[in-house]
Design a protein. Structure first.
Length: 244
């Protein structure tokens, strides 16, 4: 069975679904998702670390088993052997380069759904192509090669199922968190609507201006009035013509 191994293809569908589910993770006292700021539970991190360690072990075993294959000695036509050699080369590159990078990304963000979907999709592609090589080994190669690759396939399948279950659990937890946040938002909006708005009265009228009183100039006092005011009697002028 011939298959095209396109491990470098994008995962836009899975990423868009994960983004639609929201980025809020379940709250617990534990590490924090990189780039998300949401805490991750200790149980979740422990589960992920065990899953990734298992995946790294099966990756190492698979690489060793692929190196021992002698596809050029298979009793098959040249085009088939060429295709299977290409598949083996693609699997080796993926296990040595792409897979470690995905594992590192997931360790940095344990509950990041796009990164989790990306790893799951990669395992799915690996399983399909490794299955094609195992079929060829069973049909045209020694039984030992078939047994070794069958064991690798079984471990990949077990890890893939665990990852699928984790994706389902994370999705459910994030949906529950989104529902809780929506409920809290509605309650807050109801509280705001129930409170009557405070009226603020702004008096922008200018006070009336007081009329300006005009100052009246005082008349100068006469000399007689000045003397009278000082208590002195006015001096009478004598008539020089009047006899004394």
């Amino acid at each position: 069975m011939t298959r095209n191994f396109l491990l470098s293809s994008g995962f836009s569908l899975f990423t868009s679904v994960a983004v639609a589910l929201g980025q809020a993770g379940p709250a617990s006292a534990a590490p924090v998702n990189a780039g998300q700021g949401s805490p991750v539970s200790y149980a979740s991190v422990t589960q992920l670390n065990g899953l990734l360690a298992q995946l790294e072990a099966v990756s190492k075993n698979t690489q060793s088993d692929l190196v021992r294959l002698r596809i050029e000695r298979w009793k098959a036509d040249g085009s088939y052997k060429k295709q299977e050699l290409s598949n083996v080369d693609s699997i080796q590159r993926n296990l040595q380069e792409a897979l470690p990078e995905m594992i590192a990304q997931l360790r940095n963000a344990p509950e990041n759904l796009p990164a989790t979907f990306k790893l799951y999709q990669n395992l799915d592609a690996l399983y399909d192509v490794l299955g094609s090589v195992a079929e060829g080994a069973g049909a045209f190669g020694p039984k030992d090669d078939l047994q070794a690759l069958s064991n690798d396939l079984s471990q990949f399948e077990g890890t893939r199922k665990q990852l699928a279950q984790r994706i389902e659990n994370l999705s459910s937890a994030k949906e529950a968190e989104i529902a809780r946040l929506r409920t809290d938002l509605k309650a807050a909006q109801a509280m705001v609507a129930a409170e009557p708005p405070k009226k603020i009265v702004v008096d922008d009228t200018e006070p009336p201006k007081k009329p300006v009183k005009k100052k009246t100039a005082k008349k100068p006092a006469s000399p007689d009035a000045t003397k009278a005011g000082s208590g002195q009697a006015p001096v009478q002028q004598q008539n020089p013509n009047k006899p004394q």
